[in-house]
Every structure is written in structure tokens, then in C-alpha cells.
Design a protein around this ligand. Structure first.
Ligand SMILES: [Zn+2]
Length: 63
């Protein structure tokens, strides 16, 4: 197996890992007033871009 010639320095390791973190999702406010993710159907009212896309069950009816 090929081996690296030199130990990776703390600096180089950190530079590589600087892109490893997961991007924070971008929250927006839906027309219903709830926080939702952009480019996603609102989980509270089921609408997307002003049109009703999915039927939303009431939270207490689900469980
Ligand atoms: Zn909504």
C-alpha cells in the first residue's frame, strides 16, 4: 500500500477539513407564518410557491 512521505501537518489537515461541515439549511418564512426550508414544501401547511401541493395531517391526528 502506498504511504504518504510526510505526516500531514495540523495546518494542512485543518485546511482540508474546513469544507467538511454540513451546510446550514436556509430557513424562510412561509405564507402561513411558519418557518420552512426554501425550495421545500412547507411542513406546516403543505403549500409551495403559493399553491397547495400536499394534504397536511393535523399533528394530533397523526399520533
Ligand atoms: Zn406554510
Amino acid at each position: 500500500m502506498a504511504l504518504p512521505k510526510k505526516k500531514t501537518s495540523r495546518s494542512k489537515r485543518g485546511m482540508r477539513r474546513s469544507h467538511d461541515s454540513v451546510a446550514i439549511p436556509n430557513p424562510i418564512y412561509c405564507e402561513c407564518g411558519e418557518l420552512a426550508l426554501s425550495h421545500r414544501i412547507c411542513s406546516a401547511c403543505g403549500s409551495y410557491k403559493g399553491t397547495q401541493r400536499i394534504a397536511v395531517k393535523e399533528p394530533d391526528a397523526e399520533k
